[in-house]
Design a protein around this ligand. Sequence first.
Ligand code: A3P
Length: 283
Amino acid sequence: MYMIHRGVIFPTNSHDEESLDYAENRFQVWDEDIFNVTYPKSGTTWMQQILTLIHSNGDPTLSRSVPSWERVPWIEQRTAHGYLETRPSPRLITSHLPVQFFPKSLFHSKAKVIYTARNPKDTFVSLYHFYNMSGFLEDPGATQDFLNKFLSGEVIYGSWFDHLRGWLGVKDKVNLLFITYEELLQDPRGSVIKVCNFIGKKLDDKAIDSVVENSSFKSMKENQMTNYSLVPDSIMNQKKSPFMRKGICGDWKNYFTVAESEHFDVVYHEKMRNLDISFTWDK
Ligand code: A3P
């Protein structure tokens, strides 16, 4: 079910030592590559959809006919090896990898990285539901217990804090756009334009409207190519919790007790010390 790779937990349904070694040491990054990097449950699928639509100049055909994980595949998963090499450039590539496991060749390239972060309280709630519905992850147990695991990094892809800190730490060495889930929610159009500018793609107003429309929560919840309904119940049981669950900011308030929230804040301020970054916690 799990493996521990240099101190970080990875699910073994899609990862192994070989796939992680391939990603880190053998995968060749091309200058035109565009990476969608996230900690899990932070807007990965959303950015996969936005990037596909921008890439297709707003034409939704591809985003309605090919699953998101094939359009913007994960570099660290077993299926990437062999597949990514055949993709036309510019390749759209997803990753949850903490920066220390990322392809080394990134640092000698001009490739672009979009890092989408989400406030960690909502990320935690979304991850809790994801553990609950996933056949390949353990039962998360009580929220209180899972919260302790989240805060100490004993969850898939490790500590949220380390992930963010690691990626912000290379922002001067990598062509990186930092964007937040909350920013995407508050200003979808402005966010799409920001991504277009970063990847050097010029779209007209109509195309931008189509990107926004086809990447809305409602549209993605209905789209089989983004809502994970193609995945069998044994892997993702959407009767327990839909993949496209709520798609809002501030849901953590329905789960955290006052004491848990205060404890979280203490850990947050300690771990985020000296980082010039802030999150929106409520809509
Ligand atoms: P919730 O569980 O809080 O609803 P990831 O793709 O990184 O696994 O993240 C999944 C989370 O992003 C889920 O959060 C999902 O509902 C939310 N999400 C996906 N697409 C979205 C969209 N277009 N708008 C808002 N939230 C979206």
